[in-house]
Ligand binder design. Structure first.
Ligand code: NIG
Ligand code: FE
Length: 416
């Protein structure tokens, strides 16, 4: 048996009771801790923990002992929305945005998603794999222990499958947990410009069954937005996904509110993501639903668009999850620590709420709440040990420098 012992934690953070799958409303501010503590992992799972006064006598028999030296021990970050497999960055569009062009104007001129698709289609899958692997390795060093990765830059059967196969290879090659979503409905490919329903037919009749057959995706996504895909098109895709056991995780309300949220809730989507532009009907639709609102504040930051209404959502008793949205167009960063700072600064989430949102709730937003997201016996020992910091609020407060000391995934240090 492989035993890892962590001693002298200033506190173990997020010691939620077994069976806590999501935190909503006022409960989001509740972040239980054990102060001055130890934690034992056995074979990659959390086996026991408690205050230092209760450290078992035989603890020195552990294969590895890490002295946290007064750092906090937290559940590793879960990032439930990324496009981390892509072919090339798009700094030229970034400069265009500085000069005043909007994301939509750039897309209308052949930039945006179609620009990324052209490059991805031409790229060899080994190169795609190596590039994405480097990105994910950097994310792990920043504390991310689970990541969702979308397709959506292929926009042909062949290239969408290529992206998902690369994502599955990444899952095999790296220790972090990977979940994947088929986002073929990301933009209308130029080949289908005159026949959009034929493209949705292709997704429904060909891609979804093929993806299911090969076990390539866990979820299905659609960019439901003005000039992208309509609510009716998203509904067709969600129905077809459900018939193949793929729940929805969808892009809605990034720029306009067109009814995507009530429709996603109706089809029992696991999460609705973005939510920068929200009307009352959108929030009303989420109340009492099993669909998790997921906010992406680093996308708002990068595009200078509104931030999602975290306070309103929490005040209505809803859960909030947080993710990076890592992609070359709207969020060229996979750093969850920056998301934490933005959540506190721009979304006005309390540090406790934001930490719960990017651990337990974000694990739930990728179907991993029984595996990750809290310091609970039986869960994966995928943990962050911070450098010595004066308080937990210091984590989001002192933004822009790294407070991540050690990162452990399944009981093994990936960053020491
Ligand atoms: O989540 N909004 C749609 N998809 C991505 C951006 C994709 C891109 O610009 O490459 C997003 O922001
Ligand atoms: Fe996205």
């Amino acid at each position: 048996m492989q035993r890892l012992l962590i001693t002298n934690a200033k506190a173990l953070v997020g010691t939620h009771p077994t069976g806590t799958r999501i935190l909503a409303g006022a409960a989001m501010a509740h972040l239980p801790m054990v102060e001055d503590a130890w934690l034992l992992a056995e074979d990659g799972r959390i086996a026991a923990f408690g205050p230092m006064a209760t450290l078992p006598k035989n603890s020195e028999q552990a294969d590895e002992v890490i002295d946290a030296k007064g750092g906090y021990v937290l559940p590793g970050w879960c990032d439930p929305h990324t496009h981390a497999v892509f072919a090339a960055p798009r700094e030229e569009e970034f400069v265009d945005k500085i000069k005043g062009r909007t994301y939509q104007e750039i897309a209308a001129k052949g930039g945006g998603i179609l620009n990324s698709a052209k490059k991805l289609r031409a790229m060899d899958d080994d190169v795609l794999f190596e590039q994405a692997k480097t990105r994910l390795q950097e994310m792990m060093l920043q504390g991310t222990v689970a990541v969702e990765i979308k397709s959506g830059y292929g926009l042909t059967t062949e290239s969408e499958l290529k992206m998902l196969r690369v994502a599955r290879r990444l899952a095999d090659a790296l220790p972090l947990q990977v979940r994947t979503s088929l986002l073929a409905a990301h933009a209308l490919p130029p080949e289908f410009a005159d026949d959009r329903s034929a493209y949705v037919d292709l997704i429904v009749n060909e891609l979804i069954p093929q993806v299911k057959k090969e076990g390539l995706a866990d979820f299905v996504d659609t960019f439901c937005e003005t000039n992208y895909f309509t609510v009716a098109e998203m509904e067709r895709i969600l129905v077809a996904g459900a018939a193949h056991g793929l729940r929805g995780k969808v892009h809605v309300n990034q720029f306009t509110s067109i009814g995507g949220i009530p429709a996603a809730v109706k089809h029992n989507a696991l999460s609705v993501d973005h939510l920068e532009v929200m009307e009352d009907v959108d929030i009303d639709a989420l109340v009492g639903a099993r669909t998790i609102p997921t906010l992406l504040p680093s996308c708002s930051f990068f595009l200078r668009i509104p931030y999602g209404p975290a306070r309103q959502l929490i005040d209505r008793g809803l859960p909030v999850a947080l993710a990076t949205d890592f992609n070359p167009g709207t969020t060229p960063s996979g750093n969850m620590n920056f998301v934490l700072s933005l959540a506190c600064i721009q979304l006005r989430m309390l540090p406790e709420e934001a930490i719960n949102a990017m651990t337990l709730n974000s694990a739930a937003a990728m179907g991993l709440a029984d595996e990750l997201g809290s310091i609970t016996v039986g869960k994966r020992a995928s943990l962050i040990i911070t450098r010595p910091i004066p308080s937990l609020a210091y984590l989001p407060y002192a933004f822009g420098t790294s407070h991540i000391g050690t990162v452990i995934i399944d009981g093994r240090a990936v960053k020491a």
